[in-house]
Design a protein around this ligand. Structure first.
Ligand code: MLT
Length: 394
C-alpha cells in the first residue's frame, strides 16, 4: 500500500487543534487560571428556542412508527431546501430547489467539493485564509497560488488578470480578517473567473453579520455568478449549530465545464458518499427560517455584534490597529509593539489568560496579526478587553 504522499506536505496538525493542545497544556499546568477563550470561532449562545422546539417535536416523530424517518434524501429534505430558497429570495436571488444541497456544515463541503475537480488545476487562495482551503488542496496535491491580502489592500485582494487560475477561493465576510467585499469588488471577481473559465468557491458562512445593506451577502447577488460560482453557507455561526452541524451549498445548474454540469456531478458525489443530515437536525435548521427563528437568531447575532463593537472600542482606545468587527464576528488586530503572532498569542495566554488565534496560522501575511472572535459571552469579552487595556498601559 502506498500512502497519499501529499500528507507529508501538511503542517503537523490543523491550526485549531494546535491551539487547543497549547491551551489544554497551559490549563493543566495552571488549573486556577481563568482563561477567556476568544480563539476558535465557536458560539456561546445556545440554540435558539425555535430550533430546540422543532428538534424535540422531530424526536417524538422519530419515536413513532407512523412518522419515523429512515434514510433521507442525500441532498436534504424539501422542507429545508424550500426554506433556504425563501431566504435567498429575500436577497433577490432566485434558486431552483435542486440547486440547494443540505450539508453537515460549510467546512465538510468546502473540502468535499474538490472531488469534482482535476488534480492539475491551479488554485488561487488569498493569504491570510481559513486553513481548510489550503490544507484540503495540499492533501490533493494541487498547485496553490497565493494572493496577498494586507493592510494596503484592506485585506480584500482583487484579481490580477495576468495571473491565471482555475479554482478561486473567496470568503466574505472574511475569516480571519473580518473584511467584506463590496458589490464592485465581487463583480471584478466574477468577471475574472468568467474570463478564466474558472470556478469561484465562495464561503458565505458569516453573511448574517453584514449589517451594511450596500454590501452583498451572497455572491449569487452578482449577475453571472451562477455561471462561475458555488456558495457554501452554514447555520453554525448564525443559529448556534457549531455542535449540531448543518449547512447548505448552492451549486447552480448553469455551471458547466467541459460539457459537464457541476450540479449533476455534485449530486452524483453526494448520493454516493453522503447519507444526508439527520432529519431531526434538518427540522431544527428549518425552524431557523420561521419568523420566530429569524428573530431569535438576529438577537444572537446582535449580541455578538455588540461584543465586536466593545472589542473595537477597546483597541481604538489603546491604539491597537485593527480591521473587521463591523460586518463580521472577527476582529483582526496588529500585534502591539512589533510582536510576532505566536509571540503575542503566548503573551496573551500566559500573562493575560486570553486565548486568541495567531494570524500566522492563517498564512504568511497573517504574521504580526492576531484574530479575536466576538463569539464569547459579554462579561468575558469585557474582562478580556480590560486585561488587554491594562497590559497596554503597562
Ligand atoms: C474559525 O474559528 O475559524 C472557525 O470556527 C472554524 C470553522 O468554522 O471551522
Amino acid at each position: 500500500m502506498k500512502i497519499n504522499e501529499n500528507y507529508r506536505n501538511l503542517k503537523e496538525s490543523y491550526l485549531f487543534s494546535t491551539i487547543s493542545r497549547k491551551v489544554s497544556e497551559y490549563q493543566k499546568e495552571h488549573p486556577d487560571a481563568k482563561l477567556i477563550r476568544l480563539g476558535i470561532g465557536d458560539v456561546t449562545i445556545p440554540l435558539c428556542g425555535a430550533a430546540v422546539e422543532a428538534m424535540k417535536a422531530a424526536c417524538d416523530e422519530m419515536g413513532r412508527k407512523d412518522s419515523f424517518h429512515g434514510y433521507g434524501p442525500e441532498q436534504g429534505y424539501d422542507f429545508l431546501r424550500e426554506s433556504v430558497q425563501g431566504y435567498y429570495r429575500q436577497k433577490g436571488v432566485s434558486l431552483g430547489l435542486d440547486e440547494i444541497f443540505i450539508s453537515d456544515g460549510a467546512k465538510s463541503d468546502l473540502g468535499n467539493i474538490l472531488d469534482l475537480f482535476g488534480a492539475d488545476n491551479r488554485v488561487l487562495i488569498p493569504d491570510p485564509v481559513y486553513p481548510v482551503y489550503v490544507d484540503t488542496n495540499i492533501m490533493a496535491g494541487r498547485e496553490i497560488i497565493y494572493l496577498d491580502a494586507n493592510m494596503e489592500n484592506g485585506f480584500l485582494p482583487l484579481p490580477d488578470p495576468g495571473v491565471p487560475a482555475d479554482i478561486i477561493y473567496l470568503c466574505s465576510p472574511n475569516n480571519p480578517t473580518g473584511a467584506v467585499y463590496n458589490r464592485e469588488q465581487l463583480r471584478a471577481w466574477v468577471d475574472y473567473a468568467t474570463a478564466q473559465n474558472a470556478v469561484i468557491l465562495f464561503d458565505a458562512a458569516y453573511e448574517a453579520f453584514i449589517s451594511d445593506p450596500s454590501l452583498p451577502e451572497s455572491i449569487m447577488e452578482i449577475e453571472g455568478a451562477d455561471r462561475c460560482a458555488i456558495e457554501f453557507c452554514s447555520f453554525s455561526k448564525t443559529a448556534g449549530f457549531t455542535g449540531t452541524r448543518c449547512g447548505y451549498t448552492i451549486v447552480p445548474k448553469n455551471l458547466v465545464f467541459d460539457g459537464m454540469k457541476l450540479n449533476s456531478m455534485w449530486l452524483r458525489r453526494q448520493t454516493t458518499k453522503f447519507n444526508g443530515v439527520p432529519y431531526i437536525v434538518q427540522r431544527g435548521a428549518a425552524a431557523v427560517f420561521t419568523p420566530e427563528g429569524l428573530k431569535q437568531c438576529k438577537e444572537a447575532v446582535d449580541y455578538y455584534r455588540e461584543n465586536a463593537r466593545i472589542m473595537c472600542e477597546a483597541f481604538q482606545e489603546v491604539g491597537i490597529e485593527y480591521i473587521g468587527g463591523k460586518n463580521s464576528p472577527y476582529v483582526w488586530i496588529r500585534c502591539p509593539n512589533g510582536m510576532g503572532s505566536w509571540e503575542y498569542f503566548d503573551y496573551l495566554l500566559h500573562e493575560l489568560n486570553v486565548v486568541g488565534t495567531p494570524g500566522e496560522g492563517f498564512g504568511k501575511n497573517g504574521e504580526g496579526y492576531l484574530r479575536l472572535t466576538a463569539f464569547g459571552d459579554r462579561d468575558n469579552t469585557i474582562e478580556a478587553m480590560n486585561r488587554i487595556r491594562n497590559s497596554m498601559k503597562k
